[in-house]
Design a protein around this ligand. Sequence first.
Ligand code: SF4
Ligand code: ZN
Length: 321
Amino acid sequence: MECTKCDQPAVMHAAYSGTHLCETHFRESVERRVRKRVREDDLLPASATPADPVTWVIGLSGGKDSTVLAQILAETFESDPRVELVALSIHEGIEEYRDESLEAARELVADLDVEHVTVEYEAEYGVRMDEVAAEDPLGMAPCAYCGVFRRDVLSKYADDLDADILLTGHNLDDEAETALMNVLEGDVSQMAKHFDASLGPFPERQAEPAFVPRAKPLRDVPEKEVALYAHLFDVPSHIAECPHAEESFRGEIQDLLLSLEDAHPGTRHSILAGYEELAKMAAERYRGEKTPELVSCSTCGAPTTGDRCRKCQLLDAVGTE
Ligand code: SF4
Ligand code: ZN
């Protein structure tokens, strides 16, 4: 099959847009979607200047999504003095799995010449996820601990690194899954938070000034295309699943979405478009009303709604601090 835009052989078929693309046009198409998100989400505000650049901290796990995003952003903005890019990696204490993915992350940043900071749960909190998962004092899924620690590391380091925005490599499939999960769980306040934290226009995205705003510039690109991009353009990345991953509901939604997409190409795009609109309406409705006031955690000082933050409570349970 030939490329829809030229006479070169196609490397991919996008059923949702009815196009076949050759390597060159595929590359162009992925990069154009990322640049469009950067523009539309106003990640490079007019206030950024060479003397006062905007700092993007990108969460770099070493998996294909974060490495592809880092590579595209680093190459697109490498000679733009208004942007400073810093890569932030986290080692949760998951032997082998994270050792290998951080190897990919290091290889990538060495190629790109980007500042790279790595934080370990062990150094930060005195815990390793392999042990937390084995002991599991609260009888929860390992991800329930890990997610709280990760959020804490990300906001703390985003702050330390003077981040204006925290970028993550969520792709279209991830976002459509989350959207569908929130809808099926009936969690409208979660939708509102989602909008305030990562979807709204950047300058207004600070309804909670205690948190650095997030952005997901890869969210228009389906997972398969991210994987193809990494493969075709030799982006170092580690493809494996965390041994503690256990999100069964997400897995079900993932299967459902893939079969819907097969039967009705474009489903993920329409779910996401509708969800973002709904999330915006929910944010307007809930803002200020459902958000309890934030105070500082009495142990670590992180913003929280109670006396002590969730991370400090979990650290107590796993027997540190
Ligand atoms: Fe942590 Fe769960 Fe992700 Fe593994 S899958 S890194 S345990 S959040
Ligand atoms: Zn705390």
